[in-house]
Design a protein around this ligand. Structure first.
Ligand code: FE2
Length: 378
């Protein structure tokens, strides 16, 4: 196994023909047990704004979806209204979790064709959806676990979200907290499957490997993981893929797999231009974050050099810092936001850095192990 290869060649895809051009993340859809309350949580705690709704009032009989948005980040919270549905079974098996990572493309038919001819398993054949606001074309393929990618082509659409959704009119007391866009979304995959899924993103979706980490980079006394970060041609989409590695005790990736019961989305990293104010606001609203010990901040400036922020402010909030050859980044990780120790959020501010905070992995893993200890799952 190779050691960390942070210095992989930078983007070379632009020279080739990108067979799957992607403009960005279109939406993330969660299958949850109570979409109405989940939407309220993302509004009040994370500052998302109510955007669109589909359910009984719009003619759906079997499900409801609430759509919330903050800048370019759009979350869809979906719950089944019937027993024994795909949505209900997903929630029963995995707990609340991410079903769809939707990607905004210019041509959903071509995206489907190019990926399925390279071996993707079809999830949704290209489908044209229309209402009075215009037309959207969507198609979809399977990825790891029960997770899917949906390609969304929406050039000719002016509605609140997708055809069939109406504007969601509700009491809204929530102010945005400065979250801008999805920086990356991490998949935890089953034992021994990292290379399989890295290969899937390379061969089926035309992504390149940005960085890889092995257990020598990411291990503490007790736990370890391996990771490969895959990115598309314009680097707007970044999918780190983690698999557990053997340690003395159970790693956080193994704990995720045990509770999610399969491969799935582990965390969503949301970018802000001002992490201090975003995290201050999130903490005021009750979001819980992982904490690292005081010693981390004593050594911080020796490790990362000069930064614009005050170290004592960062320590009060628990914000972490790391530097690479392009600059530095600030990041912080929430505790799981579901009853199971599965999905959590990262808040990230990049000041040049293109990497993922490798210098923080050890301190973070030790923080996560303290949490695992309290859950009896270490
Ligand atoms: Fe991350």
């Amino acid at each position: 196994m190779q050691n960390a290869t942070d210095k992989q060649p930078k983007k070379t895809l632009s020279q080739d023909v990108d067979f799957l051009p992607i403009n960005g993340t279109d939406y993330v859809e969660f299958y949850v047990s109570n979409a109405k309350q989940a939407a309220y949580f993302y509004q009040m705690a994370f500052g998302f704004q109510p955007v669109a709704y589909a359910g009984l009032e719009t003619g759906l009989k079997d499900r409801v979806s609430y759509v919330v948005q903050q800048n370019k980040i759009r979350f869809v919270l979906t719950t089944s209204l019937e027993p024994d549905t795909d949505i209900g079974r997903h929630v029963d098996k995995h707990g609340d979790g991410v079903k769809v990572i939707a990607l905004w493309v210019d041509d959903a038919r071509k995206s489907f064709e190019e990926t399925t001819k390279r071996g993707a398993e079809p999830y949704m054949k290209p489908r044209e959806e229309k209402d009075s606001y215009g037309k959207v074309v969507r198609s979809g393929i399977h990825t790891y676990g029960d997770t899917v990618h949906i390609f969304v082509e929406r050039e000719e659409y002016n509605g609140p979200f997708l055809p069939g959704f109406k504007k969601w009119e509700t009491v809204n007391k929530s102010e945005p907290v400065g979250l801008k866009y999805v920086d990356h979304m991490v998949g935890n995959v089953n034992w021994g499957e990292m290379n399989k899924w890295a290969k899937f993103y390379a061969e089926v979706m035309g992504f390149q490997q940005l960085i890889s980490f092995d257990d020598k980079d990411i291990s503490t006394e007790y736990s370890a993981l391996m990771s490969k970060v895959m990115t598309n041609g314009n680097e707007k989409i970044k999918f780190p893929i983690n698999e557990p590695a053997k340690g003395k005790k159970k790693s956080q990736i193994e704990e995720f797999i045990d509770f999610y019961k399969d491969s799935g989305v582990q965390h969503i990293a949301l970018e802000t231009d001002d992490i201090v104010s975003t995290v201050t606001e999130l903490q005021n609203r009750g979001i819980e974050f992982l904490r690292v010990p005081h010693a981390y901040y004593e050594e911080l400036l020796d490790r990362v050099g000069n930064i614009d922020e005050q170290v004592n402010t960062l320590e009060e909030l628990g914000i972490l810092v790391d530097r690479d050859e392009d600059g530095y980044l600030l990041q912080i990780f929430s505790k799981p936001v579901e009853p199971r120790p599965t999905l959590f959020f990262e808040i990230i501010q990049r000041k040049g850095a293109r990497s993922f905070g490798k210098g923080n992995f050890k301190a973070l893993f030790e923080a996560i192990e303290r949490e695992q200890e309290s859950r009896g799952t270490l």
